[in-house]
Ligand binder design. Structure first.
Ligand code: CP3
Length: 351
């Protein structure tokens, strides 16, 4: 058991109770990508720095922007301000975050000879990612039990995509090509990412993360058989290695793989907005909590419409095993007042 979880007296532990399937008095709510992106208070701190990476690598400031949505939006959880791309960087592949374009890697993995230098595993996670664990320690102390803190990592398949492609992509065809042309290399790379990710998540938990989420943003670009072999096989290794805190798996777009995802050793399954909650419940059963899944674009609608759509979603829940969220990260130009309407609607809803 995570010592923090035992010692911590939460003022609000709805998220953890919902994840574990325990009784809750109302549904917990938080938003993927709530830290950063939408808040002017975030922009202010971000603009005073050289860039995104400086913020990620400065623990005091990362802790501050992690707590902003708890103070300003009144969400039921904090998620540590960082990025999934700190893992490839720790393994030897440096990235740049280019304004309005996204991440860019100068080097990519093309063949076996790249692994030694750019897919390293033989290092101490605290040495290279100590800025994340430090940010978690500061955040935990400052939150003082107000709400739980979520730690996270990218799933091996999604990290693989960035390491092979070097940036975002519509098709990730270089990454998918490698699965056909050199599956041995693909598995070797996925194994290495998995190994580092397990050590990284354990370090986050030791530092104070109360729940961890694995983001597989590009799960949906693989067919079900390939996702089983190159995606879920490695997520399974990760979830099996963590038993001290609840685990959430968010495999975006992987509708066809839900029966396999349901058999993973995780507490919560994240759903995107294409997934029908009742259909998913039929597939998954009552042993897992479902997280999601309002379309992030719904928050462009009027306040009245947002309230109506949120209530419709809540009305469709047939049990207490739900954590309310969007079906993907909140978009950068969403009005924070509309986010507040979404959150208030969930909080005022009687189960
Ligand atoms: O949820 C949170 O608020 C915690 C922080 C967080 C960030 N990235 C901060 C961030 C989390 C959980 C992530 C996860 C992440 N990063 C994913 C998986 C989730 C998803 O949305 O699918 C992915 C694929 C990335 C990679 C990444 N990071 C991209 C493609 C980009 C550029 C475009 C974008 O999404 O904003 C980033 C940059 C990034 N990561 C920003 C933030 C706040 C914006 C940077 C800025 O301030 O300019």
């Amino acid at each position: 058991m995570n010592p923090y979880l035992c010692a911590m007296n939460f003022k609000n532990d709805l998220l953890l109770r919902a994840a574990k399937g325990e009784d809750i008095e109302r549904y917990p709510v938080w938003l993927m990508r709530q830290a950063g992106r939408i808040l002017p208070e975030y922009r202010e701190i971000r603009n005073s720095l050289s860039g995104f990476k400086e913020l990620v690598e400065t623990p005091e400031l990362a802790a501050e922007v992690t707590i902003q949505p708890v103070d300003l939006l009144d969400v039921d959880a904090a998620i540590i301000f960082s990025d999934i791309l700190v893992i490839p960087e720790a393994m030897g592949l440096e990235y740049q975050m280019i304004e309005k374009k996204g991440p860019h890697f100068e080097k990519t993995i093309k063949g076996e000879s790249d692994l030694e230098k750019y897919a390293q595993t033989d290092f101490d996670v605290e040495d290279r990612l100590g800025y994340v664990t430090e940010a978690i320690k500061i955040t935990t102390k400052e939150l003082d039990g107000r709400v739980p803190l979520i730690g996270f990592a990218g799933a091996p398949w999604t990290i693989f995509c960035y390491m092979v492609e070097g940036s975002g992509s519509k098709t990730f065809s270089k990454s998918r090509k490698l699965l056909y042309t050199n599956p041995t290399l693909a598995h070797e790379l996925l194994n290495r990412i998995t190994d580092v990710t397990i050590r990284y998540l354990k370090a986050q938990i030791k530092a104070g993360a109360n729940l961890v989420q694995v983001f597989d943003s590009w799960a949906g670009i693989l067919g079900t058989e390939q996702y089983q072999e190159f995606g879920l096989k490695y997520i399974n290794k990760i979830v099996k290695s963590i038993d001290s805190v609840p685990v959430t798996v968010f495999s975006k777009g992987a509708y066809g793989s839900l029966p396999s995802i349901a058999s993973l050793n995780c507490n919560t399954i994240g759903l995107d907005w294409n997934m029908n909650i009742n259909h998913v419940r039929d597939i998954v059963g009552e042993n897992k909590t479902l997280q999601g899944n309002l379309d992030p674009c719904a928050l462009y609608a009027s306040h009245e419409e947002i309230e109506k759509m949120t209530k419709n979603m809540l009305n469709s829940f047939k049990s207490k095993r739900h954590i309310v969220n969007l079906g993907h990260g909140v978009y950068p130009d969403i009005d924070p007042e509309r986010v507040k309407t979404f959150i208030k609607t969930v909080k005022n809803y009687e189960i």
